[in-house]
Design a protein around this ligand. Structure first.
Ligand code: ADE
Length: 417
């Protein structure tokens, strides 16, 4: 038995959800159909560290169909869907993941996937790569390369590469347009609102909804909260992003001002200490606070605890903190990713494109890994266009083609008025 999951008897329920996701991930499924014949990943061992969801299961089974052996762990202590982990264990995968693990168990699970001596890694947040570069350096020589899913992980890896500390090539899947421009915006927007609603069931119409950070994820949250009738305030440190938020109809202010007027707060910055003690002190009685960034450092929970007289869990994923000043603050999902901890993560339809990019990037690493340098690579434009085109055709949408005449016009610098 090469797995550790919460309860293997949940496998059947998990399998049903995986089939549901398959029906909404036609791009990835078409890649499965294409590559299960040629098996370009045969002989490769992939260690993955990425949220164990129904969409991830479709990716895992596609990688295996293309010939790879797989060992997997989740990339967040609260994001594993236990029925999915059980279904993967039952199908014979080496999987080490359960919902509600502690930090020590989290790294124990990563270590178990590394017992399997991978040739490729697939990360979301770079914790797996980091473990290899710190605790398991002996594995580096066998490694062809890796892929990274998320903005936070790509930042960590670029910093490592700049320092000369990255010891094998990595492809930044997050940098694909068919990833960040869809998953980060529409995926995060919908799933974060989904998490807030499952945890609280509050009415969003008429609420003041504060988004910390107006990057792609923050923008998605702002857009969807506004669509449900909230008044959105965004906070920013980057002038261009603040300007975009303003021109998209949202108010911009400092968190110091927003703290006293917000009803619901969500952080989406990738930076620590977005909400700290002085903000909690100013919040209204009943304020709801959550995070959708990769790590749980955006809301300073130690500061919240220091102000707290007592706390209790009032609903799943919703803890009520009663402060010494008598006010109540509701913290969702312990300050971890609210979209994955309190809901099911991004919908299958957007993960279809993100994971098609993951899959094609793993294939590219096998083809080109030996020639690649120890740096962070982007995604080729053709891959983005291929995925977008496949996605459109599965949606029954056709688009125009440039005529020959138009193509030559595009490069004719002499043509003017
Ligand atoms: N990240 C955000 N949503 C996700 C999902 N549904 N599956 C895997 N990773 C995710």
């Amino acid at each position: 038995m090469n797995y550790k999951v919460k309860d293997i008897s949940m496998a059947e329920a998990g399998r049903m959800k995986i089939e549901w996701a398959e029906s909404k991930m036609p791009v990835l499924m078409s890649l499965r159909e294409k590559y299960e014949k040629t098996k370009p990943l045969k002989g490769q061992r992939i260690a993955g560290c990425l949220h164990v969801t129904k969409e991830t299961a479709v990716l895992v089974e596609t990688l295996r169909a293309a010939g790879a052996e797989i060992a997997w762990s989740g990339c967040n202590p609260l994001s594993t869907q236990d029925d999915i982990a059980a279904a993967l264990a039952k199908a014979g995968y080496s999987i080490f993941a359960w919902h509600g693990m502690n930090v020590e168990e989290f790294y124990w699970c990563i270590d178990r996937t590394l017992d399997f001596k991978p040739t490729l890694t697939l990360d979301d947040g770079a914790d797996l790569i980091m473990s290899i570069h710190t605790k398991h350096k002996g594995l580096i020589k066998e490694m062809l390369g890796g892929t990274e899913e998320t903005t936070t992980g790509v930042h960590r890896l670029r910093a490592m590469a700049d320092d000369g500390a990255l010891k094998y090539p990595v492809i930044a899947v997050n940098d694909a347009e068919t990833k960040w421009d869809f998953d980060n915006v529409y995926g995060t927007g919908q799933s974060s609102i989904d998490g807030i609603l499952r945890a609280t069931s509050v009415l969003l119409a008429g609420k003041t909804f504060v988004v910390g950070g107006y990057g792609h994820c923050g923008r998605g949250c702002a857009m969807r909260a506004a669509g449900l009738g909230s008044n959105v305030i965004a906070t920013e440190v980057k002038p261009t992003q603040a300007l975009k938020a303003t021109l998209e109809g949202h108010r911009i202010m400092k968190m110091d001002q927003a703290a006293s007027v917000g009803d619901i707060f969500i952080t989406a910055t990738g930076m620590k200490d977005i909400i700290v003690k002085r903000h909690f002190e100013k919040m209204k009685d009943g304020a709801i606070v959550c995070n959708t960034g990769h790590y749980d450092c955006e809301i300073n929970i130690d500061d919240l605890e220091a102000l707290t007289k007592s706390k209790r869990t009032v609903r799943p994923n919703c803890e009520e903190y009663t402060l010494k000043n008598g006010k109540h603050i509701f913290l969702l999902a312990q300050g971890r990713l609210v979209n994955l901890a309190a809901a099911e993560g991004h919908p299958s339809e957007v993960m279809d494109m993100s994971f098609a990019n993951q899959f094609l990037s793993q294939l590219r690493t096998v083809r080109e890994g030996e020639k690649m340098e120890n740096k962070v690579y982007g995604i080729p434009e053709e891959q983005d266009q291929e995925i977008a085109s496949l996605k459109l055709s599965t949606m029954g949408i056709s688009i125009d083609n440039l005529s020959k005449d138009q193509i030559s016009y595009a490069s004719d610098y002499l043509a003017g008025t």
